[in-house]
Design a protein. Structure first.
Length: 170
């Protein structure tokens, strides 16, 4: 009986990890590297894919024209719900995804850091209230917390150098 319980628990843990990888973070063509989060992929997702939520034109921080999509389908990070905001370069349906933002209210920093480490490996740099991750597709900054009771995670394609530098300076 004890062996069956242990085997059942191991199966649940395995299923949970597979579900986490399939739903929360998307695999890219390169083994072991992720190119996005949830349903969103850098290099593949475009504005026409943002069918849920609300999208509106915006001016990006560097003066480029873009589209901000908010109220997207949220998902869980640990026990917390992450709200999803997206930024696209331009306003036409083929505008490419240039940022995924996750906003976690009631954030538990240790849960978020563990989630990031599980999906993206060890950070390339850790500071008192933030961690940075990078692979060949994306760069991520987890602000833990960004303000009391809230964490903010930025995911950008590695090509967005100016925005990456701006976020680092915050």
């Amino acid at each position: 009986m004890k062996k069956k319980l242990i085997a059942g628990a191991a199966t649940l843990v395995t299923i949970g990890m597979i579900t986490w990888a399939a739903v929360v973070v998307g695999c890219s063509g390169k083994k072991g590297e992720f190119d996005g989060v949830g349903n969103w992929r850098f290099g593949k997702s475009t504005l026409k894919n943002a069918k849920n939520g609300i999208c509106q034109p915006t001016d990006l921080n560097d003066g480029r024209k873009g589209t901000w999509c908010f109220a997207q389908t949220p998902f869980k990070i640990g026990e917390r719900v992450a709200e999803v905001d997206l930024y696209f370069l331009g306003t036409d349906p083929d505008a490419r995804l240039i940022e995924i933002q996750l906003k976690i209210r009631g954030c538990v920093e240790q849960e978020l850091e563990q989630w990031m480490r599980t999906g993206f490996g060890p950070p390339i740099e850790m500071k008192a209230t933030r961690g940075y991750w990078k692979n060949s597709f994306l760069w991520a900054a987890a602000l833990m917390p960004s303000e009391p009771g809230r964490c903010l995670v930025h995911f950008l394609p590695v090509s967005e150098n100016a925005e990456i530098e701006r976020i680092k300076q915050k």
